[in-house]
Design a binder for this molecule. Structure first.
Ligand SMILES: *[C@@H]1O[C@H](CO)[C@@H](O)[C@H](O)[C@H]1NC(C)=O
Ligand SMILES: *[C@@H]1O[C@H](CO)[C@@H](O)[C@H](O)[C@H]1NC(C)=O
Ligand SMILES: *[C@@H]1O[C@H](CO)[C@@H](O)[C@H](O)[C@H]1NC(C)=O
Ligand SMILES: *[C@@H]1O[C@H](CO)[C@@H](O)[C@H](O)[C@H]1NC(C)=O
Ligand SMILES: *[C@@H]1O[C@H](CO)[C@@H](O)[C@H](O)[C@H]1NC(C)=O
Ligand SMILES: *[C@@H]1O[C@H](CO)[C@@H](O)[C@H](O)[C@H]1NC(C)=O
Length: 815
């Protein structure tokens, strides 16, 4: 049927020209493309749900779409395009407690985004895609999005433009992240098309009790991405609190100040709706393309015409056949689904020769995004293992008899049969033990199993950290042209639910499999002919797990049987292949990359306590502080944390290097802090009795019990230095709502307490906050005094002094 109608060659050529402009599969952005396009229907990712419709609200007087755009802005706005630092890098997740990120919007947004984080899609990619999704859901322009953003590993500097700033500061801030004075006006107007302000967060701008829910909108269409914010300003009808109202008297009517900064010339240029949309598209695209040096973004993501999903080869019993399954997504935006009569895969065998029979796919479901629709077609075919497959093209036959051939821009859709993940032989048991079996074609180097898990980070960071473990797979048995391999891995907690695994050998791989979809029993795979051993069965088992004819208790769990195979001599097995696997090498850890190093083979055999006479822990260079309590909702140490199966005093002390305290908990957990908070209560040493996962000779706390050590070498510990003529008065709550000191301020990357005292000379009070902020005043604003340990962030310019913390100001008063 292919090319049957030669009159249609011209049309086919036109299609193929379009094809060359289309993305080539696979791409690093394949997962992000799904997040962008599959809003509803079959395989829907549902990313847009939280902002659909545009008015969707996470709480009273809130608009999620506005919060998503604001989250990107706050994440980007601490960037520096001159130094090429920061930008759109998800550093926001570490900056939640910053006084610049007041309110719960950012935490809500990041919590919504967190499940979309994967080894393929960074949090910064998701924050960028959130700008497209929120804008589009509200009827705004299509913001071009690129992938390849890289997540920061710590918070960036401060510097988000806030309403109380004077115009000179605004200009400097926008210039720092790459927007000139004209673009500052445009960007501000675009950013304020949606949503509004909460009185509680902006008490200087809005009076209490004036607006419903104490929430003031920026224009009369706060849930439509349009230019009303501009036209109402120009027409003098605006109720935008940043233009009119209370903020006029306090000079914090920042939108007025910004729009009027070039006598309304630029803002008047946005009166036209199309001009507004075009400008906002550019402004928002720029926002999500500001990245630190070393980060290269991908091409702009555009929908594939044809995209394969879950292509899977599976070696079948006997080893002579391979099951080939998957889905093909066909874009139906311009090509109505009803116009398609057939979708087929025309494939080449492993030598590159054309196979004679195409594989026909059948309709599976449809899906849609904001601007596109798709139809999915599923297929399942059994191929000869000998000739197998190397690539395919997709041929679409239309009801009009036109055929379209899609060959992935000439490359074909590649299918690699060198290493295959064997899902039926793999399993995940109730205890969290994963067993993965792979088949590697004869002549392929032995494969590795890669497992990517998500680990929760210490509060208040809601975005988990990814860690990758790579485990060498051990030989299992030969089946036809393939050699089977296996490896196992033990998940802790709820890791299995979101874990993704893959197998690879050399340049071949079979990736992105969900651990959670595995059965709890590993099936066996039989070889075609009997092995030269006495056996009651004509088909000897070559499976990882001995088959039922084994003398092993068949009622025990598969993993128990595996253990028996691995550790018990051949005497227990009646099959030759099982006997030959009795001296299997134990899978070993090859490498482990990430903040959370993980291994599978070094786990303590149980998490049960050791003997009751607990020795007093000791570690060179540290004093043992004691055994204290901890809770997951309110961590004793919040500076840093990691969970690793290699956890020990050595590894935790190294991880917490530079911090006054390190604490180990529940065998695998490690936390760092500069102060032991008073709510950490001491418990008997005997309650911290779990062996460390990485060194069973050491004790690493227990469930909610931390074994705490204090550094002997970090000296002097940071303190509040004596300033002549002043007395330290305490640590106060401070934030944008309630400024303790507000007459003048200085932000500096080399802040010290004496620098602040000098800057505030003449004032009755001075205070330091968040490491690098200095505030002055003659009167103390209404605030609460809190425990001293809460002001324990080191000064950016002097590690031996404390300079407050996020929303905490350390205050000195003139004698
Ligand atoms: C800002 O940049 C734009 C585009 O390059 C330019 O048209 C505009 O004149 C610039 N504005 C200022 C104030 O430099
Ligand atoms: C700019 O527009 C605002 C709102 O209409 C108006 O109050 C202001 O006077 C204008 N500025 C100038 C310089 O015309
Ligand atoms: C091939 O895979 C499909 C999809 O998983 C499954 O339904 C089918 O039973 C498999 N065929 C064989 C022979 O195992
Ligand atoms: C594959 O290798 C195994 C041994 O590793 C061998 O027994 C088997 O015959 C080989 N199969 C083919 C088709 O070469
Ligand atoms: C894997 O999990 C993701 C996320 O839960 C889901 O979208 C996808 O369909 C799953 N894939 C398979 C093959 O089960
Ligand atoms: C430790 O226990 C005390 C009192 O039993 C409790 O008030 C405190 O919240 C606990 N601390 C943590 C971190 O759970």
């Amino acid at each position: 049927m292919i090319g049957r109608n030669s009159a249609l060659v011209g049309l086919l050529l036109a299609c193929q020209q379009y094809a060359t402009a289309a993305p080539t599969w696979p791409a690093s952005t394949d997962d992000l493309e799904d997040i962008m396009l599959l809003n509803s229907g079959y395989r829907a990712r549902g990313f847009a749900t939280a902002v659909t419709p545009c008015s969707a609200a996470p709480g009273p007087g809130r608009i999620a779409a506005a919060e998503w755009i604001r989250a990107a802005f706050h994440d980007m706005a601490t960037g520096n395009t001159y130094q090429k630092t920061g930008g759109l890098d998800a550093s926001l997740m570490f900056e939640i407690k910053s006084s610049e990120n007041i309110g719960s919007a950012f935490q809500t947004t990041l919590t919504t985004y967190a499940p979309f984080l994967s080894s393929r899609t960074s949090m910064a990619d998701i924050i960028s895609m959130g700008v497209y999704t929120a804008t589009r859901s509200c009827g705004g322009p299509v913001i071009p999005v690129r992938g390849g953003h890289v997540d920061a590993t710590q918070g960036g500097s401060i510097g988000v433009p806030l309403p109380q700033n004077p115009i000179s500061i605004f200009k400097t801030q926008f210039d720092r992240f790459g927007y000139n004075a004209t673009e500052m006006i445009q960007f501000t107007a675009c950013g304020h098309s949606l949503g509004g302000l909460h009185q509680v967060n902006f008490p200087d701008v809005i009076n209490q009790g004036v607006f419903p829910n104490d929430y003031a909108v920026m224009d009369t269409t706060s849930t439509v991405f349009d230019n009303r914010v501009v036209t109402e300003y120009l027409d003098g009808t605006t109720q935008n609190p940043l233009v009119v109202g209370k903020s006029v008297s306090t000079k914090r009517n920042s939108d007025y100040v910004v729009y009027n900064s070039d006598n309304n010339v630029t803002i008047a240029g946005m009166r036209d709706a199309q001009a507004f949309a075009n400008t906002c598209k550019t402004m928002f695209q720029r926002m999500i393309e500001i990245v630190p040096s070393g980060v290269t973004l991908t091409d702009i993501i555009t929908p594939y015409e044809i995209k394969p999903y879950d292509l899977q080869l599976t070696l079948l019993d006997g080893g002579s056949k391979i099951n080939f399954t998957g889905d093909i997504r066909v874009q139906t935006t311009q090509r109505p689904a009803a116009s398609i009569s057939q979708v087929q895969l025309v494939y080449k065998d492993r030598t590159g020769a054309a196979a004679s029979t195409p594989i026909t796919a059948t309709i599976r479901g449809s899906a849609s995004g904001f601007d596109d629709t798709f139809q999915f077609y599923s297929f399942s075919a059994q191929l000869s293992a000998e000739t197998s497959i190397s690539s395919f093209s997709v041929v679409i036959t239309k009801t009009s008899d036109i055929t379209e051939t899609w060959d992935n821009n000439g490359a074909g859709f590649k299918v690699d049969d060198n290493v295959i993940y064997q899902a039926p032989q793999s399993c995940l048991d109730a205890s969290g033990k994963l067993t993965v079996v792979a088949a590697a074609r004869n002549g392929t180097v032995s494969p590795n199993l890669k497992v990517v898990v998500k680990n929760p980070r210490a509060s208040p960071i809601v975005v988990p950290a990814l860690s990758t473990a790579t485990i060498a797979m051990a030989t299992q048995s030969a089946v036809g042209s393939y050699q089977l391999y296996f490896a196992s891995y033990t998940f802790s907690g709820s890791q299995a639910q979101s874990a993704v695994l893959g197998v690879s050998a050399g340049s071949s791989s079979d990736n992105y499999k969900n651990a959670s979809s595995l059965s709890n029993v590993c099936a066996s795979l039989s070889t075609p002919s009997p092995t030269p051993t006495p056996s009651s069965s004509s088909v000897a088992s070559s499976s990882l797990i001995p088959s039922a004819d084994s003398t092993l208790d068949s009622s025990s769990t598969s993993m128990t049987m595996l253990t028996s195979v691995l550790t018990t001599p051949a005497s227990t097995s009646s099959t030759g292949s099982a006997a030959s696997s009795s001296n299997l090498p134990t899978p070993t850890l090859v490498s482990s990359s990430s903040e959370f190093a993980t291994s599978t083979t070094t786990l303590p055999s149980s998490s049960s306590p050791v003997s009751s006479s607990t020795p007093i822990p000791s570690f060179p260079g540290y004093d043992y502080t004691g055994c204290v309590n901890d809770s997951s909702s309110d961590r004793t140490f919040t500076a840093k944390g990691q969970i690793a199966d290699t956890n020990s005093y050595e590894s935790c002390a190294a991880f917490c290097s530079g911090y006054m305290f390190f604490g180990v908990e529940y065998g695998t957990e490690c936390y760092c802090g500069n102060a032991l908070p008073p709510f950490a209560a001491p418990y008997p040493d005997s309650e911290c009795n779990m062996p460390c996962a990485g060194n069973r000779a050491e004790l690493c706390g227990a469930g909610y019990r931390l074994t705490v050590f204090k550094s002997l070498t970090l000296y002097p510990a940071p303190s509040n230095p004596a300033i002549s003529g002043y007395t330290y008065s305490g640590c106060y709550i401070d934030n944008v709502n309630v400024r303790v000191l507000g007459d003048s301020f200085l932000f500096a990357h080399d802040m010290t307490v004496p620098m602040c005292a000098g800057f505030c000379a003449g004032k009755k009070y001075f205070g330091v906050e968040y490491g690098e902020q200095c505030w002055c005043g003659d009167a103390l604003g209404q605030s609460g005094l809190v425990d001293e340990w809460e002001c324990s962030m080191e000064c950016s310019g002097d590690q031996s002094s404390f300079c407050g913390a996020g929303n905490r100001i350390g205050v000195w008063v003139k004698d």
